[in-house]
Design a protein around this ligand. Structure first.
Ligand code: NAP
Length: 278
């Protein structure tokens, strides 16, 4: 443990791009906590040894990013969320045991609740684009919140089918050309693909079939304002962006490591948005 406080880190390979240090440093300063949060660049072959020596290195826990999230799950005691998503992004030591969770689930739901309060009132159908790791967190979260029917649409159908097998009969799979009809009567559309991200192909969706009460969420946060969100707002629909999710998913780790549940403030949002815009 470092002088005067606790320390946590983000472990990745590479890790320079991670915005977690900016977020946690903001909260440490905001709450006057003498803690530390560092970047740790760790090669895949060194990851097991690294997290096996977290305590010896002075850490009370860590965030885990690409490519270590599956290894982190296997090398820790995961909660139900991390198990369902198949990946862990937050680790903490408790009684000498390394625990893990996946905070993308609550990051997604808490941001959606903040941006579109009541979105789940009578939410009987949601459409999820994508079937990767982020989609698993979103599908798990939406089922947990009681959405009755989920339609998963993905370029590679087999990946969507795997999701349906894992999450059961409330999940249906459709090919991409069926997106238009799937949006009819859907109360939520979520993009979990990388489409619309900087240096990726654009996401082209006609939002006209969505009902007026629907909300649209995009997990992409570079850029913060994606064309999908611009298009949704132009139609008068409520939106939730990927930056909000990124900030909300960081809350739990900070609370576990530093003992204070932090607030996602407008000032923090502006700080990270400015960094993304750079
Ligand atoms: P992933 O496991 O690699 O999945 C990528 C998804 O994008 C797959 O469904 C893939 O379809 C689809 N895709 C990629 N290129 C495509 C293309 N050209 N056409 C159609 N579909 C395409 O990645 P992930 O971890 O799920 O992350 C997905 C996105 O979510 C990323 O933009 C990531 O930054 C974002 N994310 C944001 C947060 C947050 O806090 N805001 C958290 C987690 C993730 P195939 O299966 O056909 O390849």
């Amino acid at each position: 443990m470092t002088a005067g406080g606790r320390a946590a880190c983000v472990i990745g390979w590479p890790v320079e791009h991670s915005r977690s240090p900016l977020i946690h440093h903001y909260w440490l300063k905001h709450y006057g906590i003498a803690g530390e949060y560092r970047r740790e660049a760790v090669r895949p072959e060194d990851f097991a040894a690294f997290i096996g020596s977290l305590a010896a290195r002075g850490y009370v826990g860590a965030n885990v990013t690409v490519p270590h999230k599956e290894a982190a799950l296997a090398l820790s005691k995961p909660d139900e969320r991390a198990g369902a998503v198949g990946a862990a992004n937050t680790l903490w030591l408790e009684g000498g045991v390394l625990h893990s969770t996946n905070t993308d689930v609550e990051g997604f739901l808490n941001n959606l609740d903040a941006c579109a309060p009541g979105w789940d009132r009578g939410a009987d159908k949601a459409v999820v684009l994508g079937a990767g790791g982020a989609a698993r967190a979103v599908v798990y979260g939406l089922l947990m919140r009681g959405v009755e029917r989920l339609v998963v649409i993905n370029r590679t159908l087999q990946r969507a089918e795997a999701l349906r097998r894992q999450f059961g009969a409330r999940v249906a799979v459709l090919p991409w050309p069926e997106l238009g009809p799937a949006l009819v009567e859907a109360s939520l559309l979520v993009n979990t693909t990388t489409l619309g991200m900087q240096r990726q192909p654009p996401l082209t969706v006609d939002l006209a079939p969505l009902p007026a009460h629907a909300a649209v969420a995009d997990l992409v946060y570079v850029p913060v304002e994606t064309p999908l969100l611009t298009q949704a707002r132009a139609r008068g629909l409520r939106t939730a962006d990927g930056l909000g999710m990124l900030l909300h998913q960081a809350v739990r780790g900070f609370a576990l490591w530093f003992g204070v549940t932090p607030t996602v403030t407008a000032e923090l949002r502006a700080l990270i948005a400015a960094d993304i815009a750079r």
